[in-house]
Write a protein that binds this ligand. Structure first.
Ligand code: NAP
Length: 193
């Protein structure tokens, strides 16, 4: 499960649990993104903060893991390279499904090496309520195999990291949008102020 997770919230956790059951997964590995090349114009919290928050949020779930594979990278990180590294190591024999938000998937045909990417994994794209999948996206993805991408709606994705960052900045409540431990971590480290 790829994402910036800045910060991780209940929408992400519900998405992961929904995907776990829906796709009959053995486990869900959260991969906080490293230096996303498409995020050059917005400051993203340090990878070590995002990794720790993801660990705190998932600690009680035995089938959730968090990987440092991207946050430990110095240069830009591309999903195709991350998946290749996973496939060359601990996940050699695994069938991979890359779970992420539908908005992130919109540009997937412009990601690095899309053909190779679709050969390495299937994609599960979580949508917020009311999201309409465009015919244009379906058409452009079909070049790589339409059955390699599936959308699924997650009502809890009404919660968003952008909204949480803004709420923290404006000292508005965030309780019940994300785990209490993560809220304490944000306050203690002065994030999003
Ligand atoms: P993003 O722009 O931060 O998020 C786009 C939208 O998707 C936001 O509404 C976001 O909501 C939602 N979202 C993101 N991750 C989610 C998740 N795991 N579950 C549910 N909703 C999610 O997206 P991003 O984090 O940059 O990219 C997502 C993944 O795609 C990352 O792993 C990234 O590395 C990968 N990616 C790769 C390339 C490439 O290889 N060239 C390019 C773009 C993205 P929240 O803000 O609430 O999370």
């Amino acid at each position: 499960m790829g994402g910036t997770f800045d910060p991780i919230h209940y929408g992400h956790l519900v998405t992961a649990e929904e995907a776990f059951v829906r796709f009959g997964l053995d486990k869900v590995v959260f991969i906080p993104s490293g230096n996303p090349p498409h995020k050059a114009n917005r400051s993203v919290s340090d990878g070590s903060h995002r990794f720790i928050m993801a660990q705190m949020a998932t600690i009680t779930n035995p089938h959730f893991d968090v990987s440092r594979i991207e946050v430990d990278e110095d240069g830009p990180t591309y999903t195709v390279d991350t998946l290749k590294r996973l496939k060359a190591g601990e996940m050699r024999d695994a069938e991979l499904i890359f779970i992420t938000g539908a908005d992130a998937i919109l540009e997937i045909c412009s990601w690095k090496s899309p053909r190779e990417l679709f050969a390495l994994c299937r994609f599960a794209a979580a949508t917020r309520p009311g999201y309409v999948v465009s015919d244009e996206l379906i058409k452009s993805v079909s070049a790589f195999g339409a059955d390699r991408l599936e959308f699924f709606e997650v009502p809890a994705l009404a919660i968003s990291s952008t909204d949480i960052r803004l709420r923290v900045k404006e000292a508005r409540p965030v309780r019940y949008l994300l785990p209490d431990g993560v809220i304490s971590y944000i306050i203690k480290n002065g994030l999003y102020r």
